[in-house]
Design a protein around this ligand. Structure first.
Ligand SMILES: CC(C)(COP(=O)(O)OP(=O)(O)OC[C@H]1O[C@@H](n2cnc3c(N)ncnc32)[C@H](O)[C@@H]1OP(=O)(O)O)[C@@H](O)C(=O)NCCC(=O)NCCS
Length: 410
């Protein structure tokens, strides 16, 4: 039986589990990070031999679909100690965390994965590829800095968090709401530091947070997040990174939503070839390591606004979370028969209309369709979708969304 985390009873066991899974940060930094974690998240616990052995923690969030903010939950941690493994506790706690949040109004759930396949068992589907590149900061083709950035440190986490929630809008953007989550992210990597710019009133308008992983002299550093709203703010942040470049040989950076950092680099292939095999290798990686799932189908479908010829179809939706939750739970997923209308205005109603074509799929795949992770015809190749080819063609023509990116690493 799961129960809520109780600090007095569970703190020492939680530290033990985190040591066992390799997440524990020794010393004062670790104590601060742990207290930020519990300030920020709600944790469900499973006991083995009378003490906490497995936990799942979640935070309230906002998930932006096109321009619509949807109430959401991010599962920020799932962890099992060495005697709590392979008994189904972790998956059950994940399902219960999603169910409790859905019951409290979360329309979408999201998480970072340790590997693909596990969270699919409770209805999650892959988000977009996240492209990351190690660049030589000196190769950034941007105007030199015109003013000195301000130094930011872990104690500034509340100010940085408030700025993060005001960053540039993007389809698929996720805002994890509790400020403590930025607090823990500041403390996670050793040697983290921020560079920021303020307006005339001293308000932090744009900033970047970097981790140096203890490699303070030459790097490589990693951009953990960037907050900006306008082109000139983005360029000023790039100039701030370039300003480190006489010393720092490599900075790992993700492409921000709709932006291709490679475009700003001088001779990227030459730099990449010359650095091959070194610690500063200028290379690209691209992985989908975040997954999402719809929890409230009508609210999510309502967020769709698609110019073009509307499409109506029956959706027979399978939701595997149902099998992991108790049958009398107040929320057991969104499986069942739905009639879906997609267009400028979109909606989902329970039921079946015999005159319409049928799509049969799982909630993870339908979430991928809803986000526009890839074309519906692409989903029909890699995912499990049963639908007439004509319906897939019509959906391909209608569902054309920007590449969804959470722009928040978790
Ligand atoms: C992730 C973690 C919590 C899972 O714990 P666990 O006790 O193995 O999980 P469960 O008992 O719930 O599930 C085990 C089942 O999932 C399956 N599974 C594990 N990884 C899988 C994958 N990538 N794809 C499909 N199935 C997978 C196992 O084979 C097993 O299947 P079975 O029940 O049919 O035998 C545990 O490995 C852990 O603490 N890891 C370190 C911390 C971590 O990385 N957390 C995840 C952050 S996203």
């Amino acid at each position: 039986m799961s129960r809520p985390y109780d600090k007095a009873r569970d703190f020492d066991n939680q530290c033990r589990i985190w040591k066992e899974v390799g997440w524990f940060i020794e010393g004062d930094r670790g104590k601060k990070a742990m207290s930020c974690y519990h300030e920020a998240s709600e944790t469900l616990v499973e006991d083995v031999h009378g003490e906490m052995e497995v936990g799942a923690s979640r935070c309230p969030a906002i998930f932006w679909h096109q321009g619509t903010p949807l109430s959401a939950v991010v599962v920020v941690g799932v962890y099992a100690g060495r005697v709590g493994r392979q008994q189904g506790h972790a998956l059950k706690l994940t399902a219960e965390s999603v169910a409790q949040a859905a019951n409290e109004g979360a329309c979408v759930a999201s998480l970072g994965i340790f590997d693909q396949g596990y969270y699919d068992r409770v209805g999650f589907g892959n988000g977009s590829y996240i492209r990351r590149m190690t660049i030589d900061p000196k190769s950034l083709q941007v105007e030199p800095l015109q003013r000195a950035p301000h130094r930011l440190g872990p104690d500034d986490y509340k100010e940085m968090h408030a700025a993060r929630l005001q960053r540039r809008p993007a389809h698929g953007r996720v805002d994890v709401l509790p400020p403590g989550i930025t607090g823990i992210e500041c403390l996670e990597a050793e040697g983290g530091f921020g560079l920021g710019f303020r307006d005339a009133d001293g308000v932090l308008t744009h900033h970047v947070w970097l981790a140096s992983y203890g490699k303070d002299e030459f790097g490589p550093y990693g951009v953990e997040w960037m907050v900006w709203n306008t082109r000139s703010q983005f360029m000023e942040l790039m100039a701030a990174l370039r300003s480190l470049g006489d010393q720092v040989r490599g900075i790992r950076i993700s492409d921000p939503p709709e932006v291709q950092v490679q475009q700003l680099l001088s001779r990227p292939f030459r730099v990449s070839d010359r650095s091959r095999g070194s610690e500063f290798e200028s290379r690209n990686s691209s992985w989908a390591y975040q997954q999402h799932r719809i929890c409230d189908l009508p609210r999510c479908v309502e967020a769709f606004s698609l110019p073009g010829t509307p499409v109506q179809f029956n959706l027979r939706l399978d939701d595997p979370i149902e099998a992991v939750l108790p049958s009398d739970a107040p929320w057991t997923g969104c499986g069942g028969d739905w009639v879906i209308t997609l267009g400028e205005k979109s909606w989902a109603e329970p039921g079946h209309d015999k005159s319409l074509p049928i799509m049969e799929t799982g909630v993870g795949t339908f979430t991928r369709l809803w986000l526009g992770v890839t074309a519906v015809s692409g989903l029909a190749i890699t995912d499990e979708i049963e639908a007439p080819a004509q319906l897939i063609d019509r959906l391909d023509a209608l569902v054309r969304l920007p590449r969804p990116l959470t722009d928040w690493d978790y």
